[in-house]
Design a protein around this ligand. Structure first.
Ligand code: M6R
Length: 613
């Protein structure tokens, strides 16, 4: 959570910083701020609200500077307001600091600093850092970088930090532990950011900081990186794997809509080079070296959060059906605190779009500590998850900016399908004809999604039915049950309509009490093993005057006749159905949210990358 940007060089820093934090707003957007080095002073401007508010606030301010840092916040400690917004300034105005992460022992440190006379202006955990660093640098007569290192040795928690100070006005000090931070290398200029989005416009040469690194970035010197023990490290420059047009909305009104419509291309990219002309799954990213471990696994455990967890639930059906091995799907946040029983024959698959979700990363570490093989499925190249797993496959969805995951889900399911197919083929756990049927159908998914897009206007009409509703229920069975969960999550997170997903047969065990003429019930009732049974579940809803919005297979008549609204989708192999049945639900949630006037790309209280617990 929270976005960090910094610049030092010969250009005007402010426009670079503002453009940068706008590009990072998906990481948090409840307040924003900027600190600029001007002669011997630091000018600090910050306010509650989005970056556009900060821009308005700065209209009549002096914004001329060549070095500065900026921040967009997702509040953890202290409500979103002007005081709690970052940057935070030392009492003498000589140091400004921005932070992403959580300082867990901040209360102990705060009491000690208050005892020494420091006055706190905010309720944040971050403010202790600026006073602590200032305290050390004043009393120890050491360089600012050394003071930062010493301060961080007293801190328990996670951080990505950027610090400017009046004594070295061309310098930014950065540090990282548990939250991502990159340095972009220009010609006599440097950029820093939480990810590549603010940097790619200027350079594609980057250094990814590692946990424990403290780096001094100064236009007059070479970059110096030391670890927390003060040992010098060699900077390792890498190529940034994103392009600017991937980060733009183009002609779409929202990133979410753009990303929904990108899915045929994204799924194709997920499959590219992974299926050969003989229709064999040939290679999956970096997992070849761990193929023996996968082949000999006794059990798969999948750990993830949110939408990625839903992709994990789909994978449970895929792996159990195709590979015939037991699968457990875990919320990463529960798994990490449950003292799970793991052994060397277990393969743990961690799934994450961002690769920075704190709970998923903790699950990954526990699984590694306990001897399991850990495989990642991840979108962001070079993310912590991608670097810390034993092996893994990228989804190649391209940057996902909308907070609501769409193409991340379908590409995760695509990669997990390829993994399951590859293993099933090698183990001989499915027939060759079924295997080929699935591969052929998988390859046709992008065209099928294009067909669903033709109904976008109709789905928009259905959305108007939801605008005066406060609740909705989503039902699905089998592999469409996780799709129901995902559809409900999409609706609630961007439209704020309360929505719950259930396995359709569970309805009569409680949720049916909620059904009345006001309740929209979205049912995924495609042709599959449980088709007849879901027909009965629909009748139970109708008998209680609930309104049915169904997703059915093209040509269906039975469910269609029972429905108030019906969206037809192309016939698809049952196991691959989530790749198509999830699409109308994404569009439905999008149009409902737009018709309610919600900010679909930046829904309230949320952030794209949940890098704190
Ligand atoms: O980056 P990750 O896939 O690890 O993120 C996990 C969840 O935070 C994420 O899927 C979240 O639930 C989305 N907002 C859902 O649309």
């Amino acid at each position: 959570m929270c976005g960090i940007v910094g610049y030092t060089g010969s250009r005007e820093a402010y426009p670079i910083l503002i453009d940068g934090v706008k590009r990072l707003e998906y990481r948090g957007y409840d307040s924003a701020g900027v600190a600029l080095l001007q002669d011997d002073n630091i000018s600090l401007y910050k306010c509650r609200g989005k970056v556009s508010e900060l821009e308005r606030f700065c209209l009549d301010k002096n914004i001329k500077a060549h070095t500065g840092i900026a921040h967009t916040r997702w509040a953890t400690h202290g409500e979103p307001n002007d005081q709690n917004a970052h940057p935070h300034l030392s009492e003498d105005g000589k140091i400004a600091l921005i932070h992403n992460g959580i300082i867990e022992n901040y209360l102990i440190l705060k009491r000690e600093l208050q005892r020494r006379g420091y006055q706190f202006k905010s309720e944040t955990d971050t403010e202790i850092l600026v006073h602590l660093i200032r305290d050390i640098s004043k009393n120890e007569n050491i360089s600012m970088a050394e003071a930062v290192r010493q301060a961080l040795n007293e801190v328990v928690g996670t951080y990505a930090l950027a610090i400017i100070n009046t004594e070295q006005p061309e310098e930014i000090i950065v540090a990282k532990k548990g939250s991502p931070l990159l340095i972009g290398m220009g010609e006599n200029e440097y950029f820093i950011a939480s990810d590549g989005a603010p940097i790619v416009k200027y350079t594609n040469k980057v250094i990814y900081l590692e946990d424990g690194d403290v780096a001094v970035i100064n236009t007059n010197k070479k970059i110096e990186i030391r670890n927390i023990n003060n040992e010098k490290k060699r900077p390792y420059t890498q190529k940034l794997e994103i392009t600017l047009d991937q980060l733009e909305k183009g002609d779409f009104p929202h990133y979410m809509l753009k990303e929904i419509f990108e899915q045929p291309r994204a799924i194709q990219d997920s499959m590219r080079g992974r299926i050969n002309v003989e229709k064999d799954v040939v290679s999956l990213g970096g997992i070849i070296d761990y193929e023996a471990k996968l082949m000999n696994a006794k059990r798969f455990i999948i750990a993830a959060c949110g939408t990625s967890w839903h992709a994990g639930l789909v994978a449970e059906y895929l792996f159990e059906t195709l590979v015939r091995l037991p699968v457990e799907v875990e919320y990463a946040s529960e798994f990490r605190y449950r003292n799970p029983i793991l052994n060397e024959d277990d393969v743990v698959i961690v799934i994450s779009q961002s690769g920075e979700t704190a709970d998923t990363l903790a699950a990954l570490e526990i699984a590694k500590e306990r001897g399991a093989t850990v495989i990642g499925v991840c979108n962001v190249v070079g993310s912590t998850l991608a670097r810390n797993t034993h092996a893994g496959s990228y989804t190649h969805a391209g940057p996902e900016i909308g907070v609501a995951s769409t193409k991340a889900f379908t590409t995760q399911v695509t990669v997990l399908t390829l993994m399951a197919l590859s293993l099933a083929r090698k183990k001989g756990s499915i027939s060759l004809s079924y295997y080929h049927r699935l591969i052929n159908d998988l390859e046709s998914i992008p065209q099928k999604i294009d067909i669903i897009f033709q109904q976008n206007d109709y789905i928009k009409q259905i959305a108007s039915f939801f605008t005066n509703k406060r609740n909705a229920i989503y039902l699905g069975r089998g592999v469409n049950y996780p799709v129901a969960l995902e559809g409900a999550l999409k609706l609630k997170e961007i439209s704020y309509i309360h929505a719950e997903g259930y396995p359709a047969a569970e309805m009569k065990h409680g949720p049916i009490a909620l059904i009345d003429e006001e309740m929209p019930v979205v049912v995924i009732a495609t042709m599959q093993g449980t088709y007849e049974k879901i027909g009965s579940n629909i009748q139970e809803v109708i008998a209680r005057k609930g309104k049915i919005i169904s997703i059915v297979t093209e040509g269906d008549t039975q469910v269609k006749e029972m429905s108030d609204f019906c969206i037809e989708i192309p016939a698809t192999e049952e196991l691959l159905m989530p790749l198509v049945s999830s699409i109308p639900l994404q569009l439905l949630a999008y149009h409902v949210a737009v018709s309610l006037g919600c900010d679909v790309d930046k829904p309230r209280n949320l952030a794209k990358s949940v890098s704190v617990e």
